[in-house]
Design a protein around this ligand. Structure first.
Ligand SMILES: [Mg+2]
Length: 185
């Protein structure tokens, strides 16, 4: 039974799950041979629509000094990205049309890396994870940035929770990146 569910859901399964982008061990990724990290912005790095924070600015500097390139891949527009990257030196693709593959392929081209040399980090299974999986880029699902009283939880989040429940029980598909999460909460 679980085997069949795995087969049905495999395109929606992330390679790994993290509570936050700050929980990923980027040095470990670099030493495993990864060369680039592709990030979603809204609800992954900051709450939807927010400017970057000093912590996020620092995180990008840390990732770069670990030897990894970065790229922001967002369905949002140029203005949103420009506002976000005031203090961040990074490549980006806006209006990406995730989960379609074109934006992901463009991102890989700009980074000059192969699909398996990058990871994609994002908060949504049906856009970030699905698009990355279709393109062959290992995906990390990030728990969405939650602000009590501000964040509305949509129906999709419940379906995502269900998919994650099966993912955690999947021997073949869960924790495929191994050892890149700094702390389990
Ligand atoms: Mg998002």
């Amino acid at each position: 039974m679980l085997y069949i569910i795995d087969k049905l859901l495999r395109n929606y399964y992330p390679y790994e799950y993290a509570e936050s982008v700050f929980d990923i061990d980027y040095s470990a990724l670099a030493s495993m041979g990864y060369k680039a990290v592709i990030f979603d912005i809204d609800n992954t790095l900051v709450h939807h629509g927010d400017d970057s924070t000093p912590e996020v600015d620092c995180l990008f500097a840390e990732i770069h000094s670990a030897g990894l390139k970065t790229l922001l891949l967002t369905n949002n527009d140029e203005e949103r990205v420009q506002r976000f990257i005031k203090n961040i030196d990074t490549l980006y693709v806006c209006d990406a049309d995730k989960p379609l593959q074109d934006g992901y392929k463009k991102a890989l081209d700009m980074l000059g890396v192969k699909a398996e040399e990058a990871i994609c980090a994002g908060d949504q299974i049906f856009t970030d994870v699905l698009g990355a999986n279709r393109t062959g880029i290992p995906s990390v699902l990030i728990h969405y940035v939650y602000i009590p009283g501000v964040t509305k939880i949509g129906k999709k989040r419940y379906i995502e929770k269900m998919i994650l429940w099966f993912w955690r029980r999947s021997r073949k598909y869960s924790h495929r990146l191994g050892g890149i999460i700094k702390k389990e909460k």
